[in-house]
Design a protein around this ligand. Structure first.
Ligand SMILES: *Cc1c(COP(=O)(O)O)cnc(C)c1O
Length: 351
């Protein structure tokens, strides 16, 4: 089954080989305090920096999920108030989770078809401004330019960006924010159970100033352990190893970005004059490059999913409220050109 679900999604073909290697090399039972583990951890971070262009003054941490990153930010980087700017289910969930820990969280929502009104996004009281770069639920994205202007107009705040379904797929301008995170079951093409969080020097200063240390995953502990390439609890060693192996052979992000944009243009052209199955986000300015969302009648959507399944391809269900009226197609790097062509062939008569 080829999974076009926008996460968990198709994994790299080499995964079975790498898992076998991990077993043969003793990595599956490796002690996470050993120098062998530290070498893998350090090498993985080094590869992340070079392949994804993560600046040298950002720390990179191994976390278990993007959801955990939401909680770590809420508990360790926010004392009272945060501002959440979102247009879909993941951004809203992040807000809801944060509010349970820090009731001072505030939300500003905007329409999926429109760009956020960047000039109005000024939050003098917010300690952290939270943005979802790629909203996986509806297939929209916030541009790097917009993130930069939000950073500019909120100089005192930390800018935190959920890039779960775009990191390792498109080029991110890490300097335009302080905290970036993603889990690996989307654009990284790896099995779930691992996430990465990148923090700027400014974020780490705030962490030190707050000194929050009440949780097993308090950022202060995570940061302290990572100074020596370690984690504050037994991490997903196999996941980290698979990440290292996949990064060793992955192209630099600029090349991956170009491929993703080319494929995204292919999909857009494919649905351009469609009648029955059309782009859910007609506004190209806000449309995601990595998650293609389509809308159509319930019948057409059900038929598309069924036809794809008959050919061993899994399409993404609509998310939350959009379950019946949309479907989603991942445009993640691990998917192959010929798989995309096969899927197009199936969808052609349904457009
Ligand atoms: C998938 C996703 C998440 C949740 O990721 P987990 O690894 O399951 O915690 C959060 N945010 C966005 C934007 C996502 O696409």
């Amino acid at each position: 089954m080829i999974s076009f679900y926008p996460g968990p999604s198709r994994v790299h073909d080499e995964i079975p080989k790498w898992v076998k290697d991990a077993h043969r090399l003793g990595i599956l039972s490796m002690n996470h305090r050993s120098s062998e583990f530290v070498a893998i951890s350090n090498r993985t971070v080094k590869l992340l920096r070079s392949k994804l262009r993560i600046p040298a003054n950002f720390m990179v941490y191994f976390i278990s999920s993007a959801t955990e990153c939401w909680e770590i930010i809420a508990q360790s980087l926010i004392q009272e108030s945060s501002a959440h700017v979102y247009n879909g289910a993941f951004g809203e969930k992040w807000f809801a989770y944060t509010r349970r820990l820090k009731p001072g969280a505030r939300a500003v929502s905007f329409q999926p078809q429109e760009s956020p009104e960047v000039n109005q996004l000024i939050f003098p009281d917010a300690e952290v401004v939270c943005l979802t770069q790629n909203e996986t639920s509806n297939g929209t994205q916030v541009s790097m330019d917009q993130i930069r202007s939000i950073q500019k107009s909120n100089p005192a705040a930390l800018i935190a960006v959920d890039a779960t379904s775009s990191m390792a797929g498109i080029s991110l301008d890490f300097k335009s924010a302080d905290i970036w995170f993603a889990s690996v079951q989307k654009c990284f093409g790896l099995p779930a159970g691992l996430a990465l969080m990148c923090c700027s020097a400014k974020a780490r200063e705030r962490m030190t100033k707050l000194g929050e240390a009440a949780h097993y995953n308090s950022l202060t502990f995570i940061d302290k352990m990572m100074q020596s390439g370690q984690t504050s609890f037994t991490p997903n060693v196999m996941g980290i190893y698979l990440l290292m192996r996949s990064l060793e052979k992955s192209k630099p992000i600029r090349q991956v970005d170009a491929i993703i944009r080319k494929r995204s243009a292919l999909w857009e052209n494919f649905f351009e004059n469609a009648e029955n199955l059309t782009l859910y986000i007609p506004n190209a300015k806000v449309r995601s490059k990595t998650v293609i969302t389509l809308t159509g009648s319930a019948g057409t959507i059900a038929r598309a999913k069924r036809k794809a399944k008959q050919k061993n391809m899994l399409l993404g269900e609509g998310y939350g409220d959009l379950k019946k009226t949309t479907l989603r197609i991942a445009n993640f790097p691990a998917l192959k050109d010929k798989e995309i062509q096969s899927l197009m062939k199936i969808l052609k008569p349904l457009r």
